[in-house]
Design a protein around this ligand. Structure first.
Ligand SMILES: Cc1cc2nc3c(=O)[nH]c(=O)nc-3n(C[C@H](O)[C@H](O)[C@H](O)COP(=O)(O)OP(=O)(O)OC[C@H]3O[C@@H](n4cnc5c(N)ncnc54)[C@H](O)[C@@H]3O)c2cc1C
Length: 604
């Protein structure tokens, strides 16, 4: 193994977004040596793009908020498929994690009396999102990074992990290549934390960055970990639709939180036409009440634009399908209208939504203080992922932990906006803490030379096939179109079966990709290896989506449009069978303890 560079760490964290950084900080504070790997440069992880804020029941803006309301909102949003223990821990611990971030130097927007300001967001009963304008992710990454580098972390940037290494059942490290030179690297570790984010690049239209190829989920799955909730892919209702080059880029829910309204081509606020029963009591039934809510009137109910993302996305699709959409197959999102209500509206919009103002001005030539935006759904977030223990974040593979978007359980069938950033902080910390504990109580396992040689041969095979192989970009392109068209917002049995057949065909072709040139910054080669992960997660999504014969949360089936009470008792688990095929099984949800059931009932 002399030809490989080798690194030793007690805990290896794969991913340097919010979850990975928070895990690395915690593990390091526990006194173990920590290595942190990321595909891009430190500070460039996807978390940096987060806009609207971090959900935590600090009750700074509305004193009625507390962990119980946050817990109930999260469970209702997830349509009660959530892992209740994760939802409980998350709601209880999020305020402490936000305060800690502030103590480490994060500069949040402020209330008049100097506390952390909180804003309204979809599905949250009270204003709950701690934020920094619409650039919260940037501040979060900056703070965690500043704090983290003083903990003595070893950072390996522009380095992609392609296989997890095992000794018998347990994890003992990872095998990777560096993107700059293409050198192969061995990371020997006592515990590994996966914090690799989501899967958006499996779809054509997405708000996600290039890094989101489902790596952590695929790595874990092939190492024997279980995946759950894979049918639940969140399509955010508001992405840019025009011009084509920017299609999918996110338009934050914060626009609606600040009073923005959705209208169709006839000028109708169509969200008032379809308010789900589950939310009727909490939703305004007239525009005036909705406006008062966004301005902090505690007696008003939220406008229907702030219903959960799954519902808003489907209403937008309906408007477009029925011919009431905007010129470029979207609908209109209007924040400029608030000038009818308040003085100095343009200044307020620019102050509260600076990135949105800049984004539309620079990319679409639209001044959002004067004109409405055109928006439509975009693939945004993965509720499903690696199954973990709620308290420790360890998967079913000993020594393998996961946190953040690549892990699953907290959000059930639909994530509420803002609940991801708090998820990263709460469960990133726990993953780091328990991984360090594991490393302290377990020796370093043995590396298996054969496994490493096989991984290296597999990684370099596309160079051997060279021009004779399949073009990896073409396969990725075909996969994205297929997932977008056949396993998208509205799903049906026959279409998904076609997708599954297509995925099997693409998998066979992906085994034969060829790339030319050398190993230095060879993006064709990177794509050839990423494809393996994209195809694994796409297969899991499609299998699970075929299996769940009902509509719930983000999973909507044209052929089973109703929610089925029976299906509300099960989650779907994907695992690799002994013969290497992907298997899917139903598993009953553990019952909600009486005291939490009471919380849910009280908050209805
Ligand atoms: C535009 C946008 C706005 C959003 N706004 C909000 C918001 O306001 N509030 C909210 O709660 N959520 C928001 N979200 C969602 C939230 O930002 C993400 O869910 C969250 O940042 C994911 O964090 P993470 O730590 O799990 O992963 P990431 O931040 O994506 O980090 C993943 C890391 O893993 C690394 N990695 C991946 N694969 C490999 C590999 N094979 N080898 C080595 N390293 C690897 C990457 O390089 C990266 O460092 C938003 C999402 C988008 C797209």
């Amino acid at each position: 193994m002399a030809q490989y560079e080798k690194f030793e760490h007690d805990v290896l964290v794969i991913g340097a977004g919010g979850a990975g950084l928070r895990a690395a900080i915690e593990a390091s504070a526990a006194g173990v040596s920590v290595g942190l790997i990321c595909k891009s440069l430190l500070g460039k992880a996807h978390t940096v793009m987060a806009e609207g804020g971090i959900a935590a029941a600090l009750a700074n803006v509305d004193g009625r908020d507390n962990w119980k309301v946050h817990f109930a909102d999260t469970m209702r949003g997830g349509q009660y498929l959530n892992n209740w223990r994760m939802a409980e821990i998350h709601a209880k611990e999020a305020p402490a994690r936000v305060n800690e971030l502030e103590a480490w130097g994060a500069l949040f927007d402020r209330t008049n009396d100097g506390r952390i300001l909180q804003r309204n967001f979809g599905g949250h009963k009270y204003p709950r999102l701690a934020h920094v304008g619409d650039r919260t992710g940037l501040e979060m990454i900056r703070t965690l990074q500043d704090h983290g580098i003083h903990q003595g972390l070893d950072v390996h940037m522009e380095c992609t992990v392609i296989t997890l290494l095992k000794d018998g059942d347990r994890i003992v490290g990872a095998f990777a290549y560096d993107r700059e030179r293409g050198r192969l690297k061995i990371f020997h570790a006592k515990a590994v934390v996966l914090a690799t984010g989501g899967i958006g690049r499996a779809y054509r239209i997405t708000s996600n960055s290039w890094e989101y190829t489902g790596d952590g989920m695929a790595l874990a799955y092939h190492a024997g970990a279980e995946l759950i909730d894979m049918e639940f892919v969140q399509f955010h209702p508001t992405g840019m639709v025009w011009p084509p080059s920017v299609r999918g880029i996110l338009v934050t829910e914060g626009v609606r939180g600040e009073g923005g309204v959705l209208v169709n081509k006839n000028g109708r606020r169509f969200m008032f036409d379809d308010i789900p029963e589950l939310y009727r009591n909490q939703t305004a039934d007239n525009p005036e009440e909705g406006w008062r809510y966004t301005q902090g009137d505690q007696n008003a109910r939220r406008p229907p634009e702030l219903l959960t993302r799954d519902h808003v996305a489907r209403c937008i699709v309906r408007e477009i399908k029925e011919g009431r959409g905007s010129p470029h197959s979207g609908v209109f999102l209007d924040i400029a209208w608030i000038k009818e209500k308040i003085p100095h509206a343009p200044e307020r919009i620019k102050k509260k939504l600076p990135s949105m103002y800049h984004q539309f001005m620079a990319l679409a030539g639209i001044d959002i203080t004067k004109e409405p935006m055109e928006v439509g759904p975009t693939t945004h977030y993965m509720m499903g992922g690696i199954r973990v223990d709620a308290d420790s974040q360890m998967s079913n593979v000993p020594g393998l932990f996961a946190a953040g978007e690549c892990a699953a359980g907290l959000h059930g069938a639909n994530r509420l906006g803002g609940n991801s950033l708090s998820d990263l902080l709460v469960f990133g910390k726990r993953a780091g803490e328990f991984a360090a504990q594991y490393a302290k109580t377990h020796g370093a396992g043995k590396l298996d030379e054969k496994q490493i040689e096989q991984a290296a041969a597999w990684a370099l095979a596309p160079f051997e096939r060279n021009q004779d192989g399949e073009n990896p970009y073409k396969i990725q392109d075909e996969l994205q179109d297929m997932m977008q068209d056949l396993v998208g917002i509205v799903r049906a049995q026959k279409e998904m079966e076609r997708a599954l057949e297509g995925i099997h065909r693409l998998k066979a072709r992906a085994q034969k990709t060829g790339v030319s040139g050398n190993r230095e910054f060879n993006s064709g080669w990177h794509t050839a290896l990423d494809l393996f992960n994209l195809l694994t997660v796409s297969e899991a999504i499609t299998l699970a989506a075929i299996e769940r014969k009902e509509s719930r949360g983000a999973h909507f089936r044209e052929d089973f449009q109703a929610k089925d009470k029976n299906w509300g008792q099960f989650i779907l688990v994907v695992r690799k069978s002994a013969n290497g095929a992907m298997q899917i099984a139903r598993e009953p949800l553990p019952p909600l303890p009486a005291e939490l059931q009471q919380v849910v009932e009280e908050m209805k």
